[in-house]
Write a protein that binds this ligand. Structure first.
Ligand code: NDP
Length: 296
């Protein structure tokens, strides 16, 4: 039997629709619209595409966005000044610095410069700590998107065995904190590059989240019959049969579809959810700054 699809594209569209209504209501009430500033350092083509997609998605829900571009050879000090200017700007609700950064700039330092109240990526140490202590302010966008995708499809997480493959700061670790939080209540195992025995641990899991950044590495033998599989990975692989000569794929091998009960596709699964959660975090930041709650 083929797995049902965790349709991130449709759910993200739904979330964007609700956010559009929230923004319109606030503007009607006389507030300025939410705003998102993105700082892009260098000319990495993939980063430029990600930033453009974020900008477009923000504009569609009524968030005003602007992108500040810095040259690839910018110093850490130049970037710090831009971050501090955005921190001090009362017209900026959400601020993010697009990754990866050129090698002369330490991303850990940059994360700590961003005003934690504007940190819509949820990567400032204060926000990491708040999530770890079970009282999140901003949940990083990809983990938030994974949980929303499960919940919206009625998939019970509480009490279930979840295997998270990957322990990065942006995906694996915050997802483990989120899923093991009181009220979410999953039983979480983190698997990483020094872990062993995926053949044993994989089939014990009721839910697997694959975020190792390795194309199609999760195989049917790693997955129990009927498990739920969330595929975070995104890779462009050569495919002479495809019209463009390549196709997009995830961390999960296509054969897993025949074994899982639910699976998120690539593209159209976690990717659109990540952007939707960035918009949600920005609207939430605006709401807090303007003193209006939730959907208000
Ligand atoms: P990182 O490279 O930062 O982290 C990968 C993690 O996987 C590390 O913890 C690493 O272990 C672990 N790992 C690597 N190889 C293996 C292996 N063979 N077995 C077990 N664990 C392994 O990646 P990210 O977390 O940033 O991203 C992961 C994937 O998700 C990428 O494909 C990325 O493109 C995609 N992504 C997709 C997003 C979306 O919106 N759809 C958003 C963010 C990422 P160790 O810590 O030991 O090195």
């Amino acid at each position: 039997m083929s797995a049902s699809i965790l349709d991130g594209k449709a759910l993200a569209a739904d979330i964007r629709r609700r956010l559009t209504e929230t923004v319109a209501r606030r503007v009607e009430a006389g507030l300025r619209p939410p705003s998102l500033r993105v700082i892009l350092v260098g000319d990495d083509p993939a980063s430029a595409i990600y930033v453009r997609n974020k900008e477009k998605a923000a504009a569609k829900v009524g968030i005003t966005g602007d992108v500040e571009s810095l040259a690839a050879d910018s110093s850490a000090e130049e970037l710090r000044q831009r971050v501090e200017a955005a921190n001090a700007d009362p017209g900026v609700d959400g601020l993010l610095v697009q990754l990866p950064l050129p090698e002369q700039i330490d991303p850990a330092q940059v994360r700590s410069w961003i005003d934690p109240e504007k940190d819509v990526d949820g990567l400032h140490p204060e926000n990491v700590g708040l999530l770890a202590s079970g009282e999140p302010r901003f949940v990083p966008c990809t983990p938030a998107g994974c949980l929303a995708l499960l919940q919206a499809n009625g998939i019970e997480v509480s009490g279930r065995r979840v295997l998270i493959i990957g322990r990065s700061l942006i995906v694996g670790r915050p997802l483990a904190n989120l899923l093991s939080m009181k009220g979410v209540d999953a039983t979480v195992t983190i698997y990483h590059s020094r872990s062993r025995d995926l053949e044993r641990l994989g089939p014990q899991a009721e839910i697997i989240v694959a975020a190792a950044g390795q194309a199609e590495f999760l195989r049917a033998e790693h997955v129990a019959e009927g498990a739920v599989v969330v595929d975070v990975g995104i890779h462009r692989v050569d495919d002479p049969a495809a019209p463009k000569g390549y196709r997009l794929t995830g961390d999960v091998h296509p054969e897993v579809r025949e074994k899982a009960s639910w699976i998120s596709p690539v593209p159209g699964g976690v990717g659109p959810m990540t952007i939707a959660m960035l918009l949600k975090n920005t609207v939430d930041a605006h709401g807090r700054r303007m003193g209006v709650d939730g959907d208000g």
